[in-house]
Design a protein around this ligand. Structure first.
Ligand code: DAH
Length: 330
């Protein structure tokens, strides 16, 4: 017995310890076999015999538990030692990430408008018909809904097709005056060389009393903005149609690639369309319960800006995660 306990105390691994346990307490273990003899022991000696065995069993169990704790601790220390990480060690393979050109552009536009005291607002990507269409003067069956190929969900919600619904949400929760932009992702059922099903927009909205809002004001703000983004460009406003603005305009800049000489990118026109804008339609204000108030709004596609600023020819390359392209923006 003494020998057995010594073996346990000096067991050098958990595996050896487990073998010792089986040898003594297992089905065919030394002690187990001793217990089996109990039935042949004369009654008078039974009690003492059993007590002795139980004491031995307890001793063995205790010794095993004690040794087990020590060996487990040793094993843990060994693992910790072998998996130690030297955080101060210099890693020569360190590759530094870069900010995606779409995010770079987005951040730049956001900062520009924040400096002009515009707040940055957000809205949900899963929208309802009211916020995405109805309240923006796009009633059901209005032909202008065809301008936006919508992803509908089974429960009549939809993936927002533009960031304009954030205008509505902001007007519903705030009182005028409002100066806001809403950057974010939008979704349309469209996939070809110049369209991706998900892309980014930035919406702008300014609401104030009618003496503070004018088309001239809108024109000035956007001209300054576009010159800041694209440098020395001409800016022109073309009459257009959007259901949520009246009058509406599309804004072009002179082609940054050919200096308005005419090239493939501008389809030989010398102009590139970059923005939609206009004076907020009365019906939009009606849908949020605003009265005697004026406003202007604008919306732009961030990918288009990113491509023009960074001279990227193919829209799809912005979504391919090709490090040869993305690595250039460190
Ligand atoms: N929501 C329009 C679109 O997705 C963009 C837009 C145009 C927003 C004119 C505006 C605006 O606020 O005034 O095509």
């Amino acid at each position: 017995m003494k020998e057995c306990l010594e073996k346990i105390e000096s067991a050098s691994s958990l595996e050896i310890l487990e073998n010792l346990r089986v040898e003594t307490l297992g089905k065919k273990g030394v002690l187990t076999l001793e217990f089996a003899k109990l039935k042949d022991i004369p009654n008078a000696e039974k009690k003492a015999f059993a007590q002795n065995l139980n004491t031995q069993k307890t001793k063995v169990n205790e010794a095993i538990e004690k040794r087990k704790i020590i060996l487990e601790k040793e094993a843990l220390n060994k693992t910790l030692e072998s998996e130690k990480i030297d955080v101060s060690k210099f890693n020569n393979d360190l590759t530094c990430g870069a900010i995606h050109p779409v995010n770079l552009t987005m951040d730049r536009i956001i900062t520009y408008f924040q400096n002009l005291n515009f707040s940055v607002e957000e809205g949900p990507l899963v929208e309802d018909d009211f916020h995405n269409f109805e309240s923006l003067n796009l009633p059901k069956y209005h032909p202008a809904r065809d301008m936006q190929d919508t992803f509908y969900n089974k429960d009549y919600t939809l993936l927002r097709t533009h960031t304009s619904p954030v205008q509505i949400r902001t007007m519903l929760k705030q009182k005028p005056p409002i100066r806001m932009i809403a950057p974010g992702t939008v979704f349309r059922r469209d996939f070809d060389i110049t369209h991706t099903p998900m892309f980014h927009q930035i919406e702008g909205l300014v609401v104030d009393s009618s003496d503070k809002i004018s088309f001239a004001n809108l024109k000035h703000v956007l001209e300054e903005f576009l010159v800041n983004m694209f440098g020395d460009v001409e800016v022109r406003f073309r009459p257009s149609f959007f259901p949520f603005t009246e009058p509406s305009a599309e804004v072009d800049i002179s082609c940054v690639f050919c200096k308005a000489e005419g090239c493939r990118v501008c389809s030989q026109t010398g102009w590139l369309e970059v923005l939609g804008c206009g004076i907020v339609d009365e019906n939009v204000f009606k849908s949020v319960g605003y009265e005697n108030i004026s406003g202007y709004a604008f919306g732009l596609g961030v990918e288009r800006f990113a491509m023009l600023i960074h001279n990227i020819g193919d829209l799809r390359s912005l979504f391919e995660s090709d490090l040869r392209l993305l690595g250039q923006y460190k």
